[in-house]
Write a protein that binds this ligand. Structure first.
Ligand SMILES: [Zn+2]
Ligand SMILES: [Zn+2]
Length: 271
């Protein structure tokens, strides 16, 4: 079973009761947190995510709207008596930031916090039931997308099941499609509508139409769009614009869980 719950879908600052980026991916018996914007632990409580089951955290880049909630979450896990190890995969300087925050607070965590710097490209981690790859995106600072793949064990050997590509923050970059070919679901940022595509380019972001173009190029099954600019209260124009290019597009609405089913052609179940 592969599914994703959206905890935050806004860019830069919280607005209209939308929060900065965070998503929880369920992959078989693992929970993976993808990005951890400010307020993520509040959203985890609101949407009844089992915090103790979060096994790995993947941080795409060091803009605050993608990791300012991390030290708060780690600290709470410690206060609540977590004992199982927590793995963090992120840009190398994140480890120094976390260590400084913990050291100056004289915080001694009761669990083992293991940090794994992201490689430039390629395999991040693998186990019996899954594999995770990363790839660079075109953003103002170093930024990585992640490709999560479910592994199935058959008599013929290991085959790939459902998959989820998280494209993080990025300018429109058709070469991204090569990294996420055939993904069951793709999440791609859509900070602006296409009428602001010059602003999107200047700020290293994408439009809704461009997100749809990437999903089409990748031959994806479905597209989730998020990271909306605080300029927009109404999100319906985003989905309308994207569906003109890629009909299987959905808004990454907070509190929504998208379940990917058992095969890539299984219809999306949204609850
Ligand atoms: Zn961002
Ligand atoms: Zn960013």
């Amino acid at each position: 079973m592969l599914g994703v719950t959206i905890l935050g879908n806004n860019s830069a600052v919280p607005a209209f009761d939308r929060h900065p980026t965070a998503q929880v991916l369920t992959l078989r018996d693992h929970l993976y947190l993808i990005d951890c914007g400010e307020g993520t632990q509040i959203q985890i409580i609101r949407y009844k995510i089992r915090r103790s089951k979060i096994h790995r955290i993947f941080i795409s880049h060091l803009h605050g709207d993608h990791y300012f909630g991390l030290i708060g979450l780690i600290n709470s896990m410690g206060l609540l008596g977590r004992i199982q190890p927590l793995h963090i995969h992120g840009p190398e300087p994140l480890w120094q930031i976390l260590q400084l925050q913990l050291k100056e607070a004289d915080t001694h965590l009761p669990f083992d916090l293991q940090f794994h710097p992201l490689p430039q490209n390629g395999l991040v981690v693998e186990d019996r039931s899954s594999e995770v790859h990363c790839f660079k995106t075109d953003h103002r600072i170093e930024c990585w997308g992640f490709f999560f793949k479910e592994r199935r064990h058959t008599r013929e050997g290991i085959v790939e099941g459902s998959s989820y590509a998280f494209c993080a923050d990025t300018r429109y970059d058709p070469s991204l499609a090569e990294h996420i070919k055939g993904a069951t679901w793709v999440y791609h940022e859509a900070t602006y509508l296409d009428e602001l595509k010059e602003a999107a380019y200047a700020r290293y972001h994408s439009t809704s139409k461009q997100a749809a173009e990437i999903a089409r190029l990748a031959g994806a099954g479905h597209l989730l769009i998020g990271h909306f600019s605080s300029k927009y209260a109404d999100l319906e124009p985003f989905v309308k614009e994207a569906r003109a290019v890629f009909p299987e597009t959905y808004l990454a609405l907070e509190g929504t869980t998208f379940c990917f089913g058992k095969s890539s052609d299984h219809p999306a179940m949204v609850k």
